[in-house]
Design a protein. Structure first.
Length: 109
C-alpha cells in the first residue's frame, strides 16, 4: 500500500493503465482492503466493478450489495460524482478513469 492508502501490490484489482478505475473505499470497509482507502478495478459496468472488488477482496461485495444483488439501502455509490440510483443503478457504465466512490449513508436527526 502506498502512502496515500492506495493499493500498489499488482493484484488483479490493483489494475493500472487505460482500463482501470479508482474506487474510493469508506473507512468502515477498509478492513476488506487491508486498510487501503483507494483500490483500482477494471472498467465496465458498476456491477462488474463490484464483482472484481469482491473477487480480490472477498466479502466486500456483500457489504455493498444485499442478498438480492441490489445496492444496500444505506450505501450510496457514485460514478464520476453521479449517484448511480439516478443513473442506471448497477448497470451504470464505469468508463476507464472515472472514479467510483462508495459512501455509507449517515442517518441522524
Amino acid at each position: 500500500m502506498s502512502a496515500d492508502g492506495s493499493v500498489t501490490d499488482g493484484s488483479a484489482v490493483a489494475a493500472s493503465g487505460a482500463g482501470a478505475v479508482p474506487v474510493r473505499v469508506p473507512t468502515i470497509l477498509r478492513s476488506y482492503t487491508g486498510g487501503a482507502a483507494e483500490v483500482r478495478a477494471p472498467a465496465g459496468t458498476l456491477r462488474e466493478v463490484i464483482a472484481s472488488l469482491d473477487a480480490a477482496y472477498p466479502g466486500i461485495g456483500g457489504r455493498i450489495l444485499d442478498e438480492n444483488g441490489k445496492l444496500r439501502r444505506f450505501v450510496n455509490v457514485y460514478v464520476a460524482e453521479e449517484d448511480v440510483r439516478f443513473a442506471s443503478g448497477l448497470d451504470t457504465p464505469v468508463p476507464a478513469g472515472a472514479q467510483v466512490s462508495v459512501i455509507p449513508a449517515v442517518a441522524g436527526g
